[in-house]
Design a protein around this ligand. Structure first.
Ligand code: F6P
Length: 533
């Protein structure tokens, strides 16, 4: 499928991006929706390559697949489910049909119930047994943690509700440290689990209930649940009026727009939460309507396909120059790698090309003083995705924000331009070096350059903008998955480890032997048991 693109790459591979990156290209290879601008001019994609990439959208039926998603067809074929997180931000309530039923009345009613509850927690009309809620502890993992944890941090300037904490790991260190900082009599525990069976979450939920039960007479009264299973939440002792349900057509890693976002709503308030939803909805409208040449999620996906499947770059770095987006790389890791980390196509055949890339990253400028060395001078090319706001929230420190912007732009420029051996020799000569020593030292100071990046810029990180950014990445994942012909909405790859962990638990506890285990696992269990496990 990618051969003609690879043939084209072979012709242009040695071309310097900086040689084609003029003002005209900057306009042609950037796209705007609302106030959000994506610049992809610092890539080696030329108009011909872009046309061929856009042809891929047609030949793989992306428009039809997009319509199937938005209209509730069961595109998650291995689980027989629709994929309708977009309905959660469909604030106008236009009908969305699943199995002949409009899901919107229920979605909007749940949003209203969440808003009432969030307001009650925020204004103190919902109380803990010791008074107004001071702390909210969200217990969840994966999609039931990463979204709200990322967004609460991202939107901290809008945070005027109680403190929010996130517990995800079954490692007791996680919950112990959080609970230590909370007063059980004024803490609200949110058990966030789509299935309400996830072992880490249920273990932590029981620990939190026991902790609360030591101090208050009715611990369940300070619990609420976010789940698709009313039966299981009720069995845990949480009454229906504090259960916020959703349907199985909301995937875990796409779920922060609905009940799983309750902690975010309590933190920033229902109005700001709705602004976040409106940002997502604006991106949906753009994604559905814009021509492919102007379609931001589609173009970002095509840049991804070009770098991963055509150029063979196995990873991509997400580098927000926005400290509050510190959890965004982790969030995108789940979104992208759990969605498109698949080895077979929808029909079960082996994928004849690589699946989605490894996604990783850290906020700039911190990363510059850690791993950028490898990005600039390592032997592998790592496409980078920069993002930065025009203005920070710290108006009085705007000069620092300007320095942040300068760093962000300098990195993409340095990656593109690099520094030649001649330039490096000149620098060394100016320092007085000569002969072999000059040569040797200069070689260490060469930057190959020609390393691609894209940059996303926005006025300021507010709830609406965050909604746009998250929906942009969701649709990017959709388009990449649609082109690759895989199911972006299941996650069978997490199952085997869960099964083996359940089987190993009694072995670790000493209630079963290591018979049948491989030598390495048996030896590790024995070491850990000898040392106190
Ligand atoms: O194990 C993977 C996974 O199923 C994710 O897809 C999901 O986000 C996470 O576990 C948590 O699941 P749940 O919300 O059902 O507890």
């Amino acid at each position: 499928m990618f051969q003609t693109l690879k043939d084209h790459l072979a012709i242009v591979a040695d071309r310097r991006i900086e040689d084609i990156c003029d003002a005209e290209r900057a306009a042609d290879f950037s796209v705007q929706t609302g106030d959000l601008v994506l610049d992809y001019a610092k890539t080696n994609i030329d108009p011909h390559a872009r046309d061929m990439l856009i042809d891929l959208l047609t030949s793989t039926g992306v428009a039809e697949k997009r319509e199937a998603m938005f209209t509730g067809k069961p595109i998650n074929e291995t689980e027989g489910r629709a994929v309708l997180h977009t309905a959660l931000r469909n604030l106008d309530g236009a009908p969305v049909m699943v199995d002949g039923q409009d899901v919107m009345p229920e979605v909007l009613a749940t949003l209203d119930r969440m808003s009432d509850f969030a307001e009650a927690v925020r204004d103190g009309s919902f109380k803990g047994q010791g008074g107004k809620i001071t702390d909210v502890v969200n217990i969840g993992i994966g999609g039931s943690d990463l979204g709200p944890a990322m967004a609460v941090r991202a939107l901290s300037p809008y945070h005027d509700g109680p403190r929010c904490h996130f517990v995800s790991n079954v490692d007791p260190a996680d919950i112990a440290e959080v609970l230590r900082s909370c007063d059980p009599a004024t803490t609200l525990v949110i058990v966030a689990s789509k299935t309400f069976t996830t072992i880490e979450t249920m273990t932590n939920a029981r620990t939190a209930k026991a902790w609360m039960g030591e101090s208050v007479s009715d611990p369940a009264a300070q619990f609420c649940a976010l789940s698709t299973s009313a039966e299981k939440t009720s069995a845990f002792g949480i009454p229906g009026d504090r259960v916020f349900g959703f349907e199985d057509w909301v995937g875990g890693r796409y779920s922060m727009w609905g009940p799983i976002g309750l902690s975010l709503m309590i933190a920033i308030g229902p109005d700001a939460f709705r602004a976040f939803l409106r940002g997502g909805q604006a991106m949906d409208t753009h994604f559905r309507a814009a021509d492919w040449h102007e379609n931001m999620p589609a173009l970002l996906a095509l840049v991804g396909i070009w770098h991963n499947q055509v150029c063979g770059y196995a990873t991509r770095a997400v580098l927000p120059y926005d400290n509050r987006l510190g959890r965004l790389p982790a969030y995108l890791q789940q979104l992208e790698m759990e969605s498109n980390g698949k080895r077979v196509s929808i029909d079960g055949a082996d994928l004849p090309y690589d699946s989605g890339p490894v996604v990783w990253g850290e906020p700039g400028t911190n990363g510059q003083h850690a791993f950028y060395q490898l990005i600039h001078q390592g032997t592998r090319v790592i496409p980078c995705e920069f993002m930065v706001a025009a203005r920070g929230h710290e108006e009085e420190l705007h000069h620092q924000h300007q320095l942040l912007i300068a760093n962000c732009l300098a990195q993409s420029e340095a990656l593109m331009r690099g520094r030649s051996l001649d330039e490096a020799r000149e620098i060394m000569a100016a320092k007085g070096l000569t002969g072999d020593e000059l040569d040797r030292q200069a070689r260490h100071r060469v930057f190959p350059g020609n390393r691609p990046s894209v940059t996303l810029v926005y006025p300021t990180l507010d709830p609406f903008t965050l909604g746009q950014i998250i929906a942009l990445y969701e649709h990017r994942v959709f388009v990449e998955g649609a082109i690759l012909g895989l199911n972006s909405y299941d996650q069978w790859g997490v199952e085997l480890g869960k099964e083996l962990a359940t089987a190993l638990q009694p072995v670790v506890e000493g209630n079963a032997g290591t018979e049948g285990k491989d030598g390495s696992t048996a030896a590790l269990v024995e070491y850990l048991r000898r040392n106190g496990a």
